[in-house]
Ligand binder design. Sequence first.
Ligand SMILES: [Zn+2]
Ligand SMILES: [Zn+2]
Length: 585
Amino acid sequence: MSYPIELIRHSLAHVMAAAVQKLHPDVKFAGGPAIENGFYYDFDTDYRFSEEDFEKIEKEMRELIKSNGRFEQKIVDLDEAKKIFADQPYKMEWLNEYDAAGEKLSIYTFRDFTDLCRGPHVESSKDLPRDGFKIRSVAGAYWKGDSKNKMLQRIYVDAFESKDALDAFLKMQEEAAKRDHRKIGPALGLFFFDERSPGVPYYMPAGWTVYRELYNFWSEYHEKHGYLEFRSPLMNKKELYETSGHWDHYKDSMFVFKEDDNNVFALAPMSCPNSIVAYQHEPRSYHDLPWRMADADMLYRYENSGALNGLFRTYEFNQDDAHIFISEDMIEDEYNRIIDIIQYYYKLFDMKYFIKLSTRPDDFMGDIETWNKAETILKKILVNRFGNNGFGIKEKDGAFYGPKLDIQMVDSLGREWQTGTIQLDFQLPRNFNCVYIDKDGNKKTPILIHRTVYGSLGRFMGLMLEHLAGKLPVWLSPVHAVIIPISDRCKVYADSIAEKLQNVEIKTATAGLRIKKDYSSESMQKKIRNAQLKQIPYMIIVGDKELESQTISVRRRDGKQEFNVQLDDFIESLKSKIKNRDLDI
Ligand SMILES: [Zn+2]
Ligand SMILES: [Zn+2]
């Protein structure tokens, strides 16, 4: 019988606990859920687990699996449970809590190990893979995740249905570590972090060039598609966020400071409230709709310092945001337009993606009827576009003001990332009393769509670095080409080539083509290696032969080289790759 992978992972967690119990009989057990790519179990013992224990534990687990032990469930009453777990303080705490909540007390026994657990599990350990798991690490973890509680030892295990699946995962992990943007970014001179500004990156000139290219492209593309870009305050008085509801729902994630008790300010954590203020600045009629306001303003969100993660999670970031005010009959058309834009972007970067609908969360604002209506409309759009099974659902993961479509990007390593989002909002326009005058001269409340394509510019840049392993397309490259003369005799010729390239008429986020000269005294091989390490797409190599024939040699960063190239032909090809934003060099 085949079981869902989560069930296999969780059953393996029991097997690991049983193995640890055999090796360290005094250990106290906390809990062991399945997680993405595996499972963990939390233990409390004076013994310090280290990498040297991993093999021993794995070996013991294999022995246990081989024994074809069954997972036997029993429902017990509180007295019996208390006897069974008399020397297990963490289980005692759970079972008292479960009992108080009126839950049945379910225990599972696998070999000599009995755990308090609702299940389900596999029937017998013969259903578990003997070599589909590998202990990854051991780390401290507080009991119930609360730093006031005791620190336990959490053993993380990667676990899959077979050895092949595990090996594929481990190989992917290895590749992912090589592509880690936190390593690649500083190595390419794009950005760095300093401990005096945690969560806020320094973008160096090369990185700021990439950033500006991403931004300019976004800005122009949206202008062409009917969006109006604007700029609003980065800090507001708290009253604005009280009206929007963020003060109640989001305050813990905001940077708040005050001038005095009557003047409390917050750095903008999102640009919706400011977009609404701009909407209300002038009277609006149905002629103005859809009113598409785009901004990539700086936003500030507080995170636990442990959640900060390179460019993926920062305190400060530019969200490529837009707020679209529409009437109800425009929802479907506007959503289709937005999905078109998203498809265009993701194709450009050769990213696969799929869409998930996030539904009403527990702390929702507004009435259930409106929510149901909104969710129904979004489902219909998704079914029309992607078919009944062409999208996912994330229950209760909507924003507090409305349901949303989240774009899940799948990168070249098969990893999933949430990037863009399209949120439908019936609430905020009501909170702010937004109106427009309809065809019949009546006041109506508009509906608001919040949407991003990149998500955040910095995060997207980090994702691209990992997705493309640092090999950015030409249009995003901080240097388009480096000129390398073979000898001093060719420098004058090299200068003339550089001048011609620098004077090419082309629109980029910087002043035309980005050309470098490498006249250093390094060896030819070293210069080529340096350019490759910086992922510069083209090396223009000129020696006596090129000087004589007035041509150039073009070496690409992937090692391919072309001789006798006319400079004009190279310029034309470079221009076209930049203009079309080709992914290949
Ligand atoms: Zn269990
Ligand atoms: Zn918004």
